[in-house]
Design a protein around this ligand. Structure first.
Ligand code: ZN
Length: 399
């Protein structure tokens, strides 16, 4: 009888638990919040748009495209010398992406549990989180309440070529981010057109404004990223059911007529292009594994020196079009070298162009997160174009 009661109570307990319950361990820096009912409404509004974005993101990863039957197909190299063509793979075949999908499912199945790890990051100036402009702030009551410092002021104060590019991007942030097309692959419009509160409330980071190694001044002022989920984002979950959460999911915006030089990093990365370009080949990118035979590798003390020489027309073989329909999804393996190039001469204006992406990293808590920009082979080079010969130092992986 006693055994029967134990079994029975076990069964009852099983029924009492939600089908896909998950145990969320929030990051230690989530503050204890006390909100007024009015503030709570704003927090809830922000959280609901975060959930819409994450839900759509998961759908994109899992929706079959290209040659893949149960996954999206991602470009993993834009050029292979053996075929002369790009290389692709079903993105969910990568274990790190599979884990991102699993953790997103846990969040979406248990939004109330995950919400404990949601922090709108009000008054966290130490993290350097900004809102692009007053006009962006006015898009949502949430953004007005968060009252972050403005990037238009940040770049005006910075001045010079970097400051000018930053003011241009942030003054035109709405026009640039509106020029998107999400229908081909997204189940909902996750751009600023559909998720005004998210885009205006998330903390934007002027990542390259202080980094001289990125060389190109219009690019350094004309680039922003924001983190929605991840170690520096609004949703900060350390573990789910004891498993480390590597997902870092956000957004990027790059000014037109700029070049993001070749760079690389240890964590893997995913880019999904949202911008509808002013002309078909306006935005281009190159992505090659560090050991791609088109490049020259030389063993160094603690890694590999990778020489990239795109001079002449060589670079044109490597760079392919980025747009929301074809070439829309890129998966960047560890230490793969990549560069983004938004070319001039296609009748673009500040309002009709730019490069806006949905951006993610997948192992944000396990690997060295530094982004290393490749250096010009020729000392004193003033700008890094896709055709400028550069050398990258790909460090051995720290496990
Ligand atoms: Zn990258």
């Amino acid at each position: 009888m006693r055994k029967f009661i134990v079994v029975l109570s076990g069964i009852l307990l099983l029924f009492a638990m939600p089908a896909n319950a998950a145990d969320f361990n929030c990051a230690a820096d989530i503050p204890k919040h006390e909100y007024t009912p009015q503030e709570q409404k704003l927090v809830d509004q922000y959280w609901s748009e975060v959930l819409i974005y994450l839900d759509a993101y998961l759908t994109v990863l899992e929706k079959p495209s290209g040659q893949c039957r149960d996954s999206a197909e991602a470009t993993i190299q834009t050029f292979q010398p053996s075929t002369g063509k790009p290389q692709s793979r079903c993105i969910l075949r990568y274990r790190d992406v599979e884990l991102v999908a699993k953790h997103l499912k846990a969040v979406l199945d248990n939004p109330e549990g995950a919400k404990a790890c949601f922090d709108p990051q009000k008054s966290q100036t130490k993290d350097g989180l900004y809102t692009p402009s007053v006009k962006v702030q006015q898009l949502s009551q949430v953004s007005e309440w968060l009252d972050r410092p403005l990037l238009t002021k940040f770049y005006k104060d910075l001045g010079g070529e970097i400051g000018d590019a930053g003011v241009l991007l942030n003054d035109n942030f709405i026009a640039i981010t509106k020029k998107t097309e999400t229908e081909p692959h997204w189940p909902t419009d996750i751009s600023i057109n559909g998720l005004k509160t998210l885009w205006s409330s998330v903390g934007w980071i002027p990542m390259y404004s202080k980094r001289e190694d990125a060389v190109n001044k219009p690019f350094r002022g004309g680039y922003l990223y924001a983190e929605v989920m991840g170690p520096a984002g609004a949703l900060r979950i350390d573990t789910i059911d004891g498993e480390l959460v590597g997902a870092e999911i956000g957004l990027t915006v790059q000014l037109f007529n700029t070049a993001y030089p070749f760079h690389h990093h240890n964590p893997q990365e995913i880019y999904i292009t949202l911008t509808k370009p002013a002309c078909v080949d306006q935005n281009k990118y190159a992505l090659m594994h560090w050991d791609n035979p088109a490049l020259v590798q030389q063993r160094g003390k603690d890694g590999w020196n990778v020489f990239i020489d795109g001079s002449g027309d060589e670079w044109k073989k490597w760079f392919i079009d980025l747009n929301p329909t074809t070439g829309w999804l890129a998966y960047i393996e560890r230490n793969a070298v990549h560069a983004f190039y938004s070319k001039e001469d296609c009748n673009q204006t500040i309002e009709n162009s730019g490069l806006v992406t949905s951006w993610a990293r997948t192992t944000a808590r396990t690997a060295n997160q530094d982004t290393d920009v490749c250096h010009a082979m020729q000392p004193g080079t003033k700008a890094l174009a896709p055709w400028t010969p550069v050398v990258c130092h790909a460090k051995d992986w720290a496990r």
